[in-house]
Design a protein around this ligand. Structure first.
Ligand code: SF4
Length: 707
């Protein structure tokens, strides 16, 4: 897939930011100048790229922030010092061996990222679950997708996104709930926009407490009170049932649980639901009318539903609407969770979470565990679920977890209750940070820093939100002594004396991963690098070499549950996120802005992107601001029970009264004004998915007066 003419090297690859997975062609000239453009005939982006993707070349070219060689502290009070790779890997192995021998395998853990490539994810899982003997491997996808994973598992039997992006151009009704694709999944949003331009009768419903840019397309915006999604979705379900807009054939032959669901949704009157959600009754009826009239209904959601202490139930309530109307497994229809990160899906395939097992096997099943253990040639895979993201940092804080190895993620900025996370890393016996950038706030807590190769500097595969797997070639050398993450992990595994890590190259790792999926519902044993290089990308499952891939799942209405029926499930309604009080009467919700990605270690390097919104800010409704004597641009301090944030206020009627919003990107390194939103957020999590409830924290806002 890479070819070099006299002066230029060209290759096709995939954008490394969001889960949309846009295809790019990258050209590098003899002087090393990188240019890129969207691939015209790519099934995802059809030549388009958003502002972030379009500027990825600058990120690779500007190496000013890159970590260039391993660095180590000889003891806690010493500064980080440059060391060679052998010393670094010896130290990592010695520390891990000591803790494992003294305190058992559960005393160490890996915290990785949805930005890791599938091969890296595969290795780290094999290493921890197969060889170290702990399930303590979790990922920042826990903060992003784990409620959707469990939503799919509970309703469809497995973590399986049923749709394909091509369903966007077939759907006539969209529900976009708790998502702002105009900013966070821009190319998918552009496809919806183009579809509506061509088909003006297409109906779009947006559910969000804020009037976001995604509302520009909405025929109906339900501006609900945060945390009331289940009540709203169930009220829509009730009207659908009352109006007879349900698919009785699907309910009777392909689903369980309708009667119980009906009983639950009829417990709340429409008027009560409207009051709870602060949404007009007529709008609930209109939403139901749009969905009820749909020939092809596509529901999309992301963090607004997932990042909640009732995230799984939010997912169930949304998927239930697809199930009672039979809108699944047919063109233009289905529930479609928008994935945040570029390879969160690949991570899920390899079982890259503390609660998962490879290829959708079940961690709780002794047979499944033994199958994986036999494949890896080890005695067993541990049965005890590992520590999830927030639990890992709690365990560092309590001393239960001694050492953590953090790969490609910046928990000091991205985790909820960030002050606790900082404290936990300070208290940890040993912290390894493997990253590309020293602009990650987490680097300062490292006892050992391992410089990694970034995008274009290593090869591997990723899977986007519609199960589309693509190959990313290596095109340039990593700067300094930085190494591909695979290489670092392999050197460590060998130093530990583990036998199953004699991979000659990345392709062999991928082959092993594909072989482990054989016979499962995500079988990709028909895939290999040659095919991906030739065909560009393929959607799983791909169970044989001649198989063309699978755009849409469940067209035969056979679900992955034991009786092959989809499960319509009751949810109950509970909201045990933060309690509002006199001291903290406002609901804080956090989110992203258009031109920044995560904690800005890459997008923050691009001056064009910084121009969009240069500084963190607080969105507040003019009425809430007036009460506090706050005007546009006033410096404010936002306080909660866990910390505070100082930013300037932006007054807007686009946010609901009683709700305030902070962008989540800024940390201390990139903002000396302490605009780190996660000082305020709550680490309380959904009991099933263990995903934290970032979207609902109790706060107060006051004018900031310098003492
Ligand atoms: Fe990259 Fe996502 Fe933008 Fe596509 S939509 S160019 S994948 S950031």
């Amino acid at each position: 897939s890479t070819f070099t003419s006299r002066n230029i090297t060209k290759a096709k690859t995939t954008c490394s930011y969001c889960g949309v997975g846009c295809g790019m062609e990258v050209s590098i000239d003899k002087k090393g100048k990188i240019e890129l453009e969207g691939i015209e005939d790519h099934p995802v982006n059809r030549g388009m790229l958003c502002s972030k993707g379009r500027n990825l070349n600058y990120v690779v070219q500007d190496q000013s922030d890159r970590l260039l060689h391993p660095e180590m502290r000889w003891s806690k009070n010493h500064p980080l010092q440059k060391v060679d790779w052998d010393t670094a890997i010896d130290r990592a192995a010695a520390v891990f061996k000591t803790f494992i021998e003294k305190h058992g395998p559960d005393s160490v853990g890996f915290y990785v990222s949805g930005q890791c490539l599938t091969e890296e994810y595969y290795l780290v899982n094999k290493l921890t679950k197969g060889y170290i003997g702990t399930n303590n491997v979790d990922t920042n996808s826990r903060l992003c997708m784990s409620s959707a994973v469990m939503g799919y598992v509970k309703t469809l039997g497995e973590d399986s996104v049923p749709i394909s992006y091509e369903d966007i151009e077939i759907a006539d009704t969209f529900l976009i709930a708790g998502a702002n694709p105009a900013w966070c999944h821009p190319i998918l949003f552009r496809r919806i926009e183009q579809h509506k331009e061509k088909n003006p009768d297409t109906k779009i419903i947006v559910i969000d407490p804020r009037v976001t840019d995604s509302c520009s397309l909405a025929d109906l915006h339900l501006q609900l009170r945060p945390g009331t999604d289940i009540t709203l979705l169930q009220a829509i379900g009730r009207v659908l049932i009352e109006n007879g807009n349900i698919d009785l054939d699907f309910i009777q032959n392909h689903a369980d649980g309708f009667e119980a669901y009906k009983g639950e949704v009829f417990n709340t009157t429409l008027e009560d639901a409207a009051l709870i959600c602060d949404v007009p009754v007529d709008d609930i009826k209109l939403a139901a009318q749009y969905i009820g009239n749909a020939k092809a209904y596509l529901s999309m959601w992301t963090m607004g539903l997932n990042q909640s202490t009732q995230g799984v139930n939010n997912n169930l309530a949304l998927i239930n609407l697809n199930l009672i109307t039979g809108h699944i497994g047919k063109p233009g229809s289905g529930p479609f969770s928008l994935t945040g990160q570029p390879n969160a899906m690949g991570g899920r395939e390899v079982g890259g979470m503390a609660s998962l097992l490879a290829a959708h096997r079940k961690q709780a099943s002794p047979e499944d565990r033994q199958e994986v253990a036999d494949f890896w040639g080890v005695d067993s895979v541990p049965d005890k679920p590992g520590l999830t993201a927030t639990q890992m940092f709690d365990a560092l804080d309590s001393g239960e977890l001694k050492a953590i190895w953090i790969i490609c993620t910046n928990p000091s900025v991205s985790m909820p209750d960030a002050t606790l996370v900082d404290r936990a890393m300070k208290k940890a016996k040993f912290v390894i940070v493997q990253d590309i950038s020293r602009k990650s706030d987490t680097v300062k807590y490292a006892d050992l820093v391992l410089p990694a190769a970034g995008w274009l500097e290593k090869e591997g595969t990723m899977t986007n939100s519609e199960r589309r797997i693509s190959y990313l070639p290596k095109m340039v050398d990593a700067p300094g002594e930085a190494l591909p993450d695979n290489e670092i992990l392999l050197r460590f595994a060998k130093k530990m004396g583990y036998k199953g890590f004699d991979f000659e190259n990345t392709e062999v790792i991928y082959r092993e991963h594909c072989a482990l999926t054989k016979g499962t519902n995500i079988d990709i044993s028909g895939l290999n690098y040659d095919r991906l290089k030739k065909e560009g990308s393929v959607q799983w499952p791909v169970p044989s070499e001649g198989h063309q891939g699978t755009p849409r799942l469940f067209e035969d209405k056979q679900f992955y549950t034991p009786n092959k029926k989809a499960q319509i499930l009751t949810t109950g309604v509970s909201n045990d996120a933060d309690m509002l009080s006199e001291d903290f009467p406002l609901i804080l919700t956090t989110g992203r802005i258009r031109d920044q990605w995560h904690t800005m270690t890459r997008t923050g390097k691009v001056s064009k992107l910084n121009k969009h919104i240069a500084k963190p800010y607080l969105e507040i409704h003019p009425k809430d601001a007036e009460k506090r004597d706050i005007t546009e641009g006033t410096p404010v301090v936002v306080t909660g029970s866990r910390g505070e944030v100082k930013v300037t206020a932006t007054l807007t009627e686009k946010i609901k009264r009683g709700v305030v919003f902070l962008p989540m990107h800024w940390g201390k390194i990139l903002n000396s004004d302490f605009g780190r939103a996660n000082n305020l957020t709550n680490k309380a999590f959904d009991p099933i998915s263990k995903q934290p409830g970032f979207k609902y924290s109790a706060v107060q806002v006051e004018k900031f007066v310098k003492e």
